[in-house]
Write a protein that binds this ligand. Sequence first.
Ligand code: BTN
Length: 252
Amino acid sequence: MEEIEPIDTYIYEEVNSTNSIASELAREAFKRPILVVANKQTAGRGRMGRHWYSPANSNIYMSLVLKLNAMVLYPELITLYSAVCVWQVIGETVKESLGHLWIKWPNDLYWEDKKLGGILTESLYSAGKPEFFVIGIGLNVNSDKEEIQRQTDLVWTSLRAETARDYKRDSLIAGITGTILKDLYLLSEPDRITKMWKERTRTIGARVKVITGNYEFEGLAEDIDSKGHLIVRDAFSGDRVTISTADIVHIR
Ligand code: BTN
């Protein structure tokens, strides 16, 4: 039998953000990986300072805290790796997702042109170095599509909206946690992670608009480098630009 690594699990009815609670718990005492799950978030956070709409009783809000220092070559890859793991678990659970589910750079889960979930990875520093990584995963599972759509400006969906079935959140959470913990050694092999990620994305080869805090431009997304940064050929200047943090919009 495969050995299962013990983890400390905390389940809450309501929290502000599972990422915030997970960080507090890790700072208080970290003995082994920590998993925080909530039924509802009142201040769920998305990337780029956005709010993550987190109604009760329907979706997954989970944060996993890991301590990985030595083996992590590039912390950015944790997020790409986690997106691949979530993709895989959804694929195993929801057969209809195959061919529809893809990862938008860096870590959004999309069902065709609708957002299904996202990942916010935060680092907790000690003496100037990242000590813990908090992988926060939000996945729309059983929520009513119309309800979510009223709350956000992106085009959203949920597993139930796509397949007309409800899913057990516990099994998905257990699957995602187990899958992430199982192959963490891959974080020391960037090329394997970027390869797996590239097999599941539609961003590479797409025309994209890159939006950062300071500027915007359009171009062709050509590749990711071994840190998971996106390489975009600027349509105007012809330059190859490496993007570490930004929002991208796929242009048709
Ligand atoms: C994104 O912007 O796409 C990332 C969204 C991440 C949301 C999850 S929900 C669980 C965890 N707690 C948070 O406050 N955010 C993440």
